[in-house]
Design a protein around this ligand. Sequence first.
Ligand SMILES: [Zn+2]
Length: 351
Amino acid sequence: MAALETMRIFDGHNDFSMRLENAQGEADYNLFFNRNSEGHLDLPRAKEGGLCGGLFAVFVEPPASSESQDDATKRRLRMQPLQFDFALSVTNRRIAMLQELAARSNDSVVIATTVSELERAYSAGRFAIVLHLEGAEAVHPSLENLESLYGAGVRSIGLVWSRPDAFGFGVPFDFPGSPDSGPGLTDAGKELVRACNRLGIMVDVSHLNEKGFWDVERLTERPIVATHSNAHALCPTPRNLTDKQLDAIGASDGIAGLNYAVQFLRRDGQKNTDTKLSVMADHVAYIAERIGVAHVALGSDFDGATISKELGDASGLPKLIAELRARGFNREELEMIAWKNWLRVLAGTWR
Ligand SMILES: [Zn+2]
């Protein structure tokens, strides 16, 4: 077999910050700087895989629950709305940790807020982190602190996670299921889309329900981006995008980032790590065929998902690229999927 090719990759979604902070609220930065056997993402494994940067999600879990709670209770609590003050304090702490990570990195990691910073980081061999909020609970419904989050470096916001917030309603995880699962954006949600457009913050529609998606489609003046969602036609989970949603993403010059979570890839929706790379390639090929290769990218969900054993972790990315090449994508198309589409969309979103 030919040697695997390492290609520049920019990724639309990971949950590393959840792994970085332990139960005591402290960070162990070696989890990023050293090669770990746990999780999917650290600097050595990213380098091996060609991964040069990506959107780092700040996801706020519910307040620490007592040990006595069973898994069903924990799952239920995760779907309940969060308090703003709590969400903001966790978010500020996580952002500070990611900034500290960059500060301690000996110039090997930067927080990027512009496309030229991303390009400079790549040229200098530095890993680039883009700050993303997964769910907008840390944004006050009056939007009074949006500019201060922007000032802290946040350049991408998912309007909701899969629980309701002040801005809209997320999709459940039922399988099979439709993303058309509730009302559209609230008035605050519509204001948030406009404000993000104005400031130059990317709006992420992953986890948003379908009526909310169409509200974004009507309101936004920017490309529509689903950072980590797949094709509903191939795997009918509410977390995936229907053909009509994909068409709207293509028409807006946006992108859908391939989510590696096996239960969002497989036709049977099973959380089974014996899932072939070809199943991942199926989604890329489907989206590329339907709306064009300019509108599909990568959105791994590393450290937030159960992924294919064959891929393993970030160091396995060249295997995914090889699978896509075997599927018939040429060099130029692979580069679009791996990073160029992301940079085009960020350039069209940030200012
Ligand atoms: Zn997610």
